[in-house]
Design a protein around this ligand. Structure first.
Ligand code: HPA
Length: 341
């Protein structure tokens, strides 16, 4: 136990008490097995599982693609506006229980439009739940739509076209799905257009892909944040650059464990990142598939790496300073963190 804490419970109490933002959350990856069954019944969609236990047993992955195959299949139960609302409302209740005050949520429109679900149906369901959470919990939010990088840039352009009527509710674009073989360079033009439209830009890079993909995300996509970024650590010059630029990394400890990005949570690079001056944050990614919401991610990595009080406070601070909130809102959250630091 780190000298700053008398017990594991004391560290858990600080984690619970710290106001947090979550910056890397795939809303479709928060689909719990029980809701998957309910929606399958509601929409008369067949799923290849007989029970919640069977679903959980299928969640054993040896890499990103293994997971993605089951993730795209799982989201097939989402059809109506109410389904997207219920999915999002369930996630927001978990986030609220973990004292999350602000969320920046990813969604994968191409995972739905390819199945004949209208772009507007997805956005309407998600944003209705986000608006409800602001009213009932005081939780603020931003929505980020991701392009699926295993598809073409033309398809990403068509997705950006489909988003145009909804840009008042979309803060940014991201890049996710199968990383290796689909470098950021493939999406340079569509990201440039998104920037011209005033959207923020983020990209998954360095989860399975090499440090070069992180450089491309910075130089070609001109991203505001790097999602994951773990493999940046293989390149000391890149680490120095990320630190100097104050670039936020949205790190996902339990995801990294489940997708075999790390072999053991005790070998997770989060502390190394902080020691190197990187602006790392802790996030849950696909909490239903990876075994825990944001609080569980903080707890797992804090226990395994024996994180100090200062390190946990830094992680909470980073989650707000790396967000797309206004400076005034960030300052308000910093004051709340100071109260429990
Ligand atoms: N990486 C890439 N794409 C994804 C992920 C991830 O961890 N989760 C959902 N889509």
């Amino acid at each position: 136990m780190h000298e700053g804490f008398a017990s594991r419970e004391e560290r858990a109490a600080l984690i619970a008490e710290l106001p947090k933002a979550e910056l890397h959350l795939q809303i479709e990856g928060s689909l719990e097995p029980a809701l998957m069954f309910e929606l399958a019944q509601r929409n008369r969609v067949a799923i290849p599982f007989a029970s919640v236990e069977e679903v959980r047993a299928a969640y054993a992955f040896s890499n990103l693609q293994d997971f993605l195959d089951i993730y795209y299949q799982g989201m097939g139960v989402l059809h109506r506006e109410q389904d997207f609302h219920d999915l999002t409302a369930a996630y927001l209740a978990h986030a609220h229980a973990d004292n999350v005050r602000h969320v920046e949520i990813f969604f994968d429109p191409q995972g739905h439009t390819a199945r004949g679900v209208a772009f507007g149906t997805v956005v309407a369901g998600i944003t209705r739940a986000l608006d409800d959470a602001e009213a009932s919990y005081g939780m603020t939010s931003k929505l980020i739509m991701c392009f699926l990088r295993h598809l073409s840039e033309d398809e990403a352009e068509a997705t950006l076209d489909a988003a145009l009527p909804y840009l008042d509710r979309i803060a940014g674009v991201g890049l996710d799905s199968s990383e290796v073989g689909h470098p950021p360079a493939k999406f340079e033009r569509v990201f440039a257009r998104a920037k011209r439209l005033g959207l923020k830009t983020v990209a998954h890079a360095g989860e399975e892909g090499p440090p070069e993909y992180v450089r491309e995300a910075l130089d070609l996509l001109k991203v505001d944040r790097i999602d994951h970024g773990n493999r940046s650590l293989e390149d000391p010059a890149l680490v120095a650059r990320l630190a100097a630029e104050g670039m936020t990394l949205t790190v996902c400890p339990l995801s990294n464990l489940k997708l075999c990005v790390v072999d053991d949570i005790a070998a997770h690079p989060l502390k190394t990142m902080l020691d190197a001056g990187l602006k790392a944050t802790v996030n849950s990614d696909d909490p239903s598939y990876f075994g825990g919401y944001v609080g569980a991610n903080y707890q797992a990595v804090a226990d395994a790496l024996d994180l100090s009080r200062d390190e946990l406070v830094t992680l909470a601070r980073n989650s707000f300073t790396g967000s797309f909130l206004s400076d005034a809102d960030k300052a308000k959250h910093m004051t709340a963190i100071d109260a429990c630091a």
